[in-house]
Design a protein around this ligand. Structure first.
Ligand code: UT7
Length: 350
């Protein structure tokens, strides 16, 4: 039976470090507040006009490809997760294919926010298992800093997000019990707007309650994708009801991790490492406590990078591997929760 194994991991963190104190000079926040509520000490920002999600991904992918012992020409499928794409369309997948001058392989873009990487991995896994592809590049990359609200109105979100990219190469293995054992994906759109960036968009207010609908225009070609009213209200930034997201996250993380373990007749004590999406240190600590995991069974690096949404799991996975915390035969669980809501887990025997 063919399974997919992680053959190479890579990450790229932009050089520029931004501390909490630096943020407190431009908005009404403080190092104490940010550390107490999120655990974050600093994050990294990409170089404007020089870097993008695709260029960060390129740097991470180069390392993953090299560590997998192949070249870019061997990649036969790209799955690219991001919510901060270079262009509205086409997606970053084709831009990455172009940067590497790869063969005319398929490139798929995934828009599942913080769960993007787990969704991407699960899709790649299916294509490997069916024997369709042999070297799949799975990416999570973000440049949040180019589109955040640095006024006080955006402080609850802006202080948590950071930029970065992580990549893995998945390859087939026939070694019994090795590789991705299972992946579990979920969504619940009831709270889609609770953590969202709604504009620019093609919705024309269709999801808004009657009393908040936009004034209808008689113009044949109305300016509805992004209009002056939205620009005046700065209604084009990410928005979040942090407490609502927090409550759901601490419910769904343990649930989806247990789903993966139970499916494989395994227990939390079998886990060598849990690599959760780095949303908030308090969420990670809650999950660790609830699941009775020792400190060495969970990987946390949000202190250094903030929340990098789709990039956070592959960055953490790569860093854990580089630090020697993942060895052959180890049971590793990836778990995510985020906007949508979407959540998921993947269990990997390394
Ligand atoms: O990755 C995708 C999923 N995202 C998440 O999982 C995020 C989940 N949520 C969270 O991590 C937390 O809710 C936050 C870190 C975003 C916020 O922490 P909180 O403890 O839930 O704070 P809060 O939103 O309840 O706000 C508490 C107070 C408010 O002031 P008042 O109303 O009590 O006077 C906020 O206005 O803190 C204020 N506040 C800030 N103060 C200083 C909000 N943001 C900031 C800030 N600096 N950056």
């Amino acid at each position: 039976m063919i399974q997919s194994k992680v053959a190479g991991v890579g990450k790229y963190i932009p050089e520029k470090t931004v501390t909490n104190d630096e943020l407190s000079q431009i908005m009404d926040t403080s190092d104490a507040w940010i550390q107490e509520r999120t655990g974050i000490k600093e994050r990294h920002y990409a170089k404007r006009y020089e870097e993008s999600s695709t260029t960060l991904a390129y740097n991470a992918a180069k390392i993953a490809i090299e560590r997998a012992g192949i070249t870019a020409k061997d990649i036969d499928f790209i799955v690219f997760a991001t919510i901060t794409p270079d262009y509205y369309f086409p997606g970053c997948g084709v831009l990455l294919q172009r940067m590497f001058d790869m063969n005319e392989i398929p490139a798929l873009d995934i828009r599942n926010q913080c769960s993007g990487f787990v969704y991407a991995l699960s899709i790649a896994d299916q294509f490997i298992k069916t024997g369709t592809y042999k070297n799949v590049l799975v990416i999570g990359a973000e440049v949040h800093s180019f589109g955040l609200d640095f006024s006080n109105a955006g402080r609850n979100i802006t202080v948590i997000f950071g930029d970065g990219a992580g990549a893995i190469v998945l390859q087939p293995t026939e070694k019994p019990g090795q590789g991705v054992l299972s992946a579990h994906l979920h969504s619940d759109g009831k709270n889609a707007e609770i953590l969202s960036m709604l504009n620019p968009g093609f919705h024309c207010g269709v999801w808004l309650p009657e009393d908040q609908k936009p004034v209808k225009s008689d113009k044949p070609y109305a300016d509805v994708f992004i209009n002056q009213e939205q620009i005046a209200k700065h209604d084009f930034y990410p928005q979040m009801d942090g407490q609502a997201v927090f409550k759901k996250a601490v419910e769904k993380f343990p649930e989806v991790i247990m789903e993966a373990l139970t499916r494989n007749n395994l227990e939390t004590s079998d886990l060598a490492l849990l690599v959760p999406h780095q949303a908030n240190l308090r969420i990670c600590q809650f999950v660790q406590h609830k699941m009775k995991l020792r400190d060495d069974q969970i990987f946390v690096n949000i202190q250094k990078y903030g929340n990098t949404t789709a990039a956070s799991i592959p960055i953490a996975l790569c860093e854990a591997w580089e630090e020697g915390r993942i060895k052959e035969g180890d049971l590793v669980c990836l778990a995510s929760f985020g906007s949508g809501f979407t959540w998921g887990s993947a269990l990997i025997r390394w």
